[in-house]
Design a protein around this ligand. Structure first.
Ligand SMILES: Cc1cc2nc3c(=O)[nH]c(=O)nc-3n(C[C@H](O)[C@H](O)[C@H](O)COP(=O)(O)OP(=O)(O)OC[C@H]3O[C@@H](n4cnc5c(N)ncnc54)[C@H](O)[C@@H]3O)c2cc1C
Length: 376
């Protein structure tokens, strides 16, 4: 009997939604199953897309991230053509700043790194000019402007991808995948609650919950949740639509949105596990730090506090592609603090593998097989 679906996607955060969009666009009969957990990273993410200023020395990661940022420049117009709704995407630029004496060394390192990797892209900006660009700033010691930095609203872009994917034929279900059924080396079905759904392949895109899904195949995925709390502040009567993102080299960022919202985040709490509480200590840290470099924020209205679990792999690089030992099971997770940036492009690359094609980027550095003992 024919399988009910060619592919089942487990997880409907940004990564799962982008997989649905890509797979349905290739004509695959695809089903996306999402449990809508509180603590989804996508629902909390700040939305900074700025590979140029990420402090990594991993060249493979950097190459992936640069292509991922470029991918947005074709994805966003495609979603607009599909009438899929607002995504919040804008190339607003970012200012990396040093504001304390202790920042100077790290700022100099960051500047050397970005100028080596992206010559002629970032430019020095005087403290006065930085304050003109982002009027809430206090004292600034040094600033570097990245005109290519962009922002995207994780919730909106995910909704847009799902809308466009549905128009392409993607089926969606709210539910929990609590069983992956194997026959020898092949996956043959997923269990959604107590319903068996036969399928030709499955992709695990369950964010921080991905290890529990892979566990059903007897595979240990080294991904851990890293809690992030993030504040939504609002300044009334200010036109924030053209303000850049502020990225202090040793403190929390602020992302401005056109409606006066200023998003300050995020805490990095690897010891919180799956605890999705908002804590006094987390909120205090974010407020104290942001008001220190942008004293003007003290007058903002505190509108909302969000919390999400970043899916972080042990080597902090995504895990993309085939699951070792199972012919037709795939994974797309481990995007950590940069999943809104990487997610749509990762989904494109993993889609190529699911369809049996060669990936257009060498995914060896991101393969699940790079870990010592991925199969239990
Ligand atoms: C505070 C914070 C700030 C961030 N800022 C940025 C940023 O500025 N830029 C950036 O690029 N990235 C940022 N990130 C990271 C980014 O948000 C994540 O890497 C990305 O959203 C991960 O997407 P995902 O789809 O893998 O996981 P998620 O969004 O967590 O989605 C996983 C989904 O899988 C579902 N699921 C799990 N198990 C099952 C199951 N068994 N059955 C069915 N469904 C299941 C869950 O319910 C959930 O909906 C931030 C994250 C946080 C928390």
């Amino acid at each position: 009997m024919a399988d009910a679906y060619d592919v089942v996607i487990v997880g409907g955060g940004l990564v799962g939604a982008a997989l649905g969009y890509e797979l349905a666009g290739e004509g695959a009969r695809a089903l996306l199953v999402d449990r809508a957990d509180h603590g989804s990273a996508t629902a909390a993410g700040a939305g900074i897309l700025s590979p140029e200023t990420v402090s990594t020395d991993d060249e493979a990661w950097f190459g992936l991230a640069m292509e991922a940022a470029e991918h947005y420049r074709t994805l966003i117009p495609a979603l607009a053509d599909a009438d899929a709704g607002d995504t919040g995407y804008a190339e607003c630029g970012s200012l990396q700043i040093a504001f304390r004496e202790g920042d100077d060394g790290t700022f100099a390192e960051a500047k050397t790194r970005t100028q080596r990797r992206c010559p002629d892209v970032l430019t020095d900006v005087t403290p006065e000019r930085a304050r003109e660009m982002f009027p809430l700033l206090g004292e600034v010691r040094a600033a570097l402007f990245n005109p290519r930095a962009a922002r995207v609203d994780g919730r909106l872009v995910t909704a847009a991808l799902l809308q466009a994917a549905t128009a392409r034929g993607l089926q969606q279900r709210v539910g929990s995948v609590n069983g992956l059924e194997r026959a020898g080396e092949r996956l043959v079905a997923v269990w959604v609650g107590d319903e068996r759904v036969s399928c030709g392949a499955a992709v695990i895109a369950g964010g921080a919950w991905s290890p529990a899904i892979a566990d059903q195949l007897g595979i240990a995925l080294p991904v851990l949740p890293v809690r992030g709390q993030i504040l939504h502040l609002r300044m009334d009567n200010l036109d924030t639509s053209r303000w850049p993102i502020i990225q202090p080299v040793l403190s929390h960022y602020t992302v401005p949105w056109p409606d006066g919202r200023l998003v300050v985040g995020g805490t990095v709490e690897p010891d919180a596990g799956f605890d999705v509480r908002i804590t006094a200590g987390g909120v205090r840290q974010l407020l104290r730090e942001s008001v220190r470099y942008a004293p003007g924020l003290a007058d903002a209205t505190l509108v909302q506090i969000r919390v999400g679990l970043r899916p972080v792999s042990v080597d902090d690089a995504p895990i993309l592609g085939a699951i070792p030992g199972v012919e037709n099971a795939f994974v797309a997770t481990g995007h950590g603090a940069n999943g809104l940036l990487l997610g749509p492009f990762s989904a494109r690359l993993v889609t190529e593998l699911v369809l049996g094609r060669e990936s257009s980027l060498d995914l060896t550095p991101f393969a699940a097989s790079r870990f010592d003992a991925p199969v239990r």
